[in-house]
Design a protein around this ligand. Structure first.
Ligand code: ATP
Ligand code: BUA
Length: 359
């Protein structure tokens, strides 16, 4: 492919209730939209991975309404999905990957549609399709795979796209290369994942989709396993109920009935002591996880980065800072920059700064 200066890149990020799309001209975002989906519309599909064509039609309609010349798009990049575990990087979407995403070989997740839509649009336009740092990026060191129960090895499923982008930014602030740094990143959104980034690889991280690590606004995180087994076999709950207690209806929302941290802060300000306790406990667990990962890095930590929607709360960030600032300098990246991370991943390949990996 010949190099184009500032190529036009379409980035697609399908979430559980919306599909975010952005157009980048080189590094510059020139258009962005969050296409909200009606719950009834999504409910027509048994699996999130079956929503690809439905979401794609809405994307194309929106781009046409905005009078985007589709033939100028040089690459389409989607948030990747539950493909088989792979190391981080930018991957060409191949037929094998499409088959795995469609089948959901590692599970069903809205981001499975990212690679599927990117592939379909790229075929129609005659350009390349990529995914970047999917949630199943697996760079765990062997030690970190051992759980204590041979039946259940630890898995690497986390906010790889935002964590890697934030770790790269942090390294830049330190004047270092990502592949020469030791950084702990805590992504704090609806789910929380905390990763140890050592020389460009995430060598240990909690599984954000499966009851591991700190609790979060809507996930339980790790709970005492003996008691979990008792509850599961009590006859009161179905398998689906148990899954919901771990993800969706677990963590802060289970205690306080809301997954919105702003509502919780408001309740604290009005004197709600239960809200204060749970708010502080969530910060405590995340700080404890950061401390644990400092031992993974033998205490040689260049920086700690806090990111995700929860990092917008100064009160929450201050609680974590109090406990972990003795470890390393702390950098805050409120919210997430997944669209930029997707576009930059594709751009690094188009600019030949990095080679695209093949699945
Ligand atoms: N300005 C803010 N102040 C405090 N909390 C906030 C603010 N903005 C968002 N949050 C909280 O951040 C959490 C959601 O974060 P975010 O939007 O990053 O998650 P998500 O994208 O839904 O999930 P994930 O990041 O796990 O994929 C919610 O608890 C929300 O209330
Ligand atoms: C943990 C992986 C991303 C998500 O929370 O959906």
């Amino acid at each position: 492919m010949s190099e184009i200066k500032d190529p036009l890149i379409l980035a697609i990020n399908p979430g559980s209730t919306s599909t975010k799309i952005s157009l980048f001209k080189g590094e510059k975002e020139i258009l962005t939209e969050n296409i909200a989906h009606k719950i009834e519309e999504l409910a027509r599909f048994n699996r999130a991975s079956d929503q690809d064509l439905y979401r794609m039609e809405l994307i194309i309609r929106y781009l046409r309404e905005q009078k985007v010349n589709l033939s100028e798009i040089a690459a389409v990049v989607g948030r990747g999905g539950l493909v088989r575990p792979i190391e981080g990087g930018t991957y060409i979407v191949t037929e094998q990957m499409v088959a795995d995403l469609k089948k959901g070989i590692m599970g069903d997740h809205p981001s499975n549609c990212g690679g599927l839509i990117a592939y379909a649009i790229s075929k129609a336009l005659g350009c390349q399709a990529y995914i970047v740092d999917p949630v199943v990026v697996d760079e765990l060191q062997e030690l970190a795979r051992i759980s204590g129960m041979p039946l259940i090895p630890r898995k690497s499923i986390f906010h790889a796209l935002n964590q890697k982008a934030v770790a790269r930014e942090t390294a830049k602030k330190l004047g270092k290369k990502y592949r020469e740094s030791s950084i702990i990143v805590a992504h704090m959104g609806g789910g929380v994942t905390v990763g140890a980034h050592y020389r460009g690889k995430v060598i240990d991280v909690n599984n954000g989709l499966d009851g591991d690590g700190p609790f979060s606004p809507e996930r339980s995180g790790g709970v005492p396993v003996g008691d979990l087994v008792k509850v599961a076999f009590s006859g009161t709950y179905t398998y689906q109920d148990m899954k919901k207690l771990i993800k969706g209806h677990g963590g802060m929302v289970a205690y306080l009935g809301t997954h919105d941290l702003r509502v919780v802060e408001d309740r604290i300000d009005k004197g709600d002591s239960e809200a204060k306790l749970i708010f502080e406990a969530m910060a405590y667990q995340i700080a404890k996880e950061i401390g644990a990962l400092a031992t993974v890095l033998f205490g040689q930590v260049d920086a700690i980065a806090l990111t995700g929607g929860v990092a917008k709360s100064k009160r929450f960030v201050d609680l974590i800072k109090k406990r972990v600032s003795f470890i390393a300098p702390i950098y805050i990246f409120p919210g997430e920059e997944e669209m930029r991370a997707l576009a930059l991943g594709a751009l690094r390949v188009l600019n030949k700064e990095e080679e695209a990996k093949v699945y």
